[in-house]
Design a protein around this ligand. Structure first.
Ligand code: AMP
Ligand code: MG
Length: 481
């Protein structure tokens, strides 16, 4: 009997496709936390049930008690600000749904949307996606999750010959702005409406109460995206490729490619080496996400206008004005969340108008003095001295702290709960990758464990909390994946 798929939209654009098997698969990484979300009863230690190895390698679609009917979907999108036309799940195959989560096998071979690609992913990028998904989630940032990475010695050609891996990623829905753009652009009215209704029914129930549910959906997606983006900034996360086809309609962080966490604070940091103009630089992420929301609104313009004509008797032009007003709320939502997070990062429990200036000065000083972003905040959370180059700012900060009512201990505790000690720095990921390429997967497991509790000091080497050595600070992260 096929596995029941209640959570997945029955997209008429979905194509059935079978994952392509890989020879002699082996476990590279497994998250028992995600396993339990899915209801997979397993010991946290590898090897887990060998049937699952075959399933998550894409070698089988049926194992005891589970049977899937895999498929891939079409989406389109704007890449680097330009309409790119049809894209789609070129190397991510939906397995199906378990416990309310969709599972995709990324790198399981070509689909109808692979264009000239091989449908594969290399070990290096799969480990990065696996660790980043779990690290972000543990930081409390909405993200797709990752159940496993399975490797194979199957060669995959990128700049060099590498080997294949399959990352099983998990999310309540993998719908992207690009799905709506695909239907909007191709005048697929039925699919567009179906998708919007599906989103509201399964993921934005609160919109059902509104007389204009589609406008409410746009507002709710904007809110989630504004909050997620502010959270990225608060941990120094750069996504790297904020094209509309990589933007989750649930406000999840999705499609980890050449992402990076800031070491030294550089507000203009560009983590994607192909991003020559810095479109997706750290300090531009919020405005880019706002731009992406305009693409979402544009894609659903027709149903929005119909709804606003029916419920509010608005002409097409007035409807556009109303939609713009809705989108404009984004900047305010983002700023509020950003301020709230950064206030918490420096332990301010009371909200005072002057705080904005204090925070702006802080960011300028961090940038100017090229301090390590994570370490600066963590150190002040642990009651350590502010670096001497920051003395001017520190004085203003001390004056502001006098107005706080909470005790020092309470303040430090609250600061430690928002300023991570451990983030997925590139050089840490690199070390795990290099061991894995030599078939030692212990560092992947160890790093995963450290990143699963990023706010608590753990009994591991302090190196996990340290910035990279100068020679590791600028390791090139290849965009090929
Ligand atoms: P990305 O830049 O990874 O978000 O990918 C953009 C588009 O290219 C998506 O439609 C991907 O599915 C597709 N794609 C990327 N790499 C491959 C590959 N190796 N094989 C097939 N399709 C790919
Ligand atoms: Mg993508």
């Amino acid at each position: 009997m096929p596995f029941h798929l209640p959570n997945i939209l029955d997209l008429s654009q979905a194509h059935s496709v079978l994952p392509h098997p890989v020879p002699n698969p082996y476990w590279v990484g497994y998250s028992s936390k995600v396993g339990s979300l899915l209801g997979i009863e397993q010991d946290s230690q590898l090897p887990i049930n060998p049937e699952y190895l075959q399933l998550l390698a894409g070698n089988k679609t049926q194992i005891t008690n589970l049977s899937f009917e895999p498929f891939a979907t079409a989406y389109s999108g704007h890449q680097f600000g330009q309409w790119a036309g049809q894209l789609g799940d070129g190397r991510a195959i939906y397995l199906g749904d378990m416990n309310g989560y969709e599972i995709q096998l990324k790198g399981a071979g070509p689909t109808a949307y692979s264009r000239r690609g091989d449908g594969r992913a290399v070990l290096r990028s799969s480990i990065r996606e696996f660790l980043a998904s779990e690290a972000m989630s543990a930081l409390g940032i909405p993200s797709s999750r990752a159940l496993s990475v399975v490797g194979s010695d199957l060669p995959v050609i990128r700049e060099n010959a590498e080997t294949a891996a399959i990352c099983a990623r998990v999310a309540p829905s993998f719908l992207r702005i690009g799905h709506l753009e695909h239907y909007g652009h191709n005048e697929m009215e039925e699919e567009l409406q179906q998708t919007l209704d599906f989103l509201i029914e399964h993921h934005y129930k609160e919109c059902q109460r509104s007389p204009t549910p589609y406008l409410e959906l746009l507002k709710s997606v904007s809110t989630r995206i504004a909050h997620t983006t502010a959270q990225w900034q608060s941990v120094g996360f750069c996504h790297g490729v904020l094209n509309t086809d990589n933007i989750s309609l649930l406000g999840l962080t999705l499609d980890y490619g050449p992402f990076g966490f800031l070491d030294t604070f550089d507000k203009m940091h560009i983590c994607n080496h192909s991003d020559h103009v810095g479109r997706y630089a750290y300090h531009r992420q919020s405005e880019i996400m706002h731009w992406n929301l305009y693409c979402m609104a544009n894609a659903m313009l027709q149903p929005l206008q119909q709804e606003l004509a029916k419920e509010m008797h608005l002409s097409k032009e007035d409807a556009i004005q109303k939609i713009k007003e809705t989108l404009d709320v984004y900047s305010e939502l983002y700023a509020k969340k950003w301020q709230s997070l950064f206030r918490q990062k420096i332990g301010l429990s009371k909200e005072m108008p002057e705080d904005i200036q204090l925070l702006e000065q802080l960011m300028q000083s961090l940038h100017h003095h090229k301090l390590d972003f994570t370490l600066f905040f963590r150190n002040i959370s642990e009651g350590k001295d502010c670096p001497s180059v920051m003395s001017e700012w520190h004085e203003l900060y001390q004056e502001r702290l006098i107005l706080e009512k909470i005790s020092l201990d309470e303040r430090l505790e609250s600061m430690q709960a928002i300023n991570p000690k451990y983030i997925l720095r590139n050089h840490l990921a690199q070390k795990a990758i290099e061991s894995a390429q030599k078939k030692d997967f212990s560092e992947v497991a160890k790093l995963l464990k450290v990143l699963e509790t990023p706010y608590l000091t753990q009994t591991v080497s302090e190196e996990y909390a340290h910035p990279p050595s100068p020679e590791m600070a600028h390791i090139a992260i290849s965009c090929s994946s």
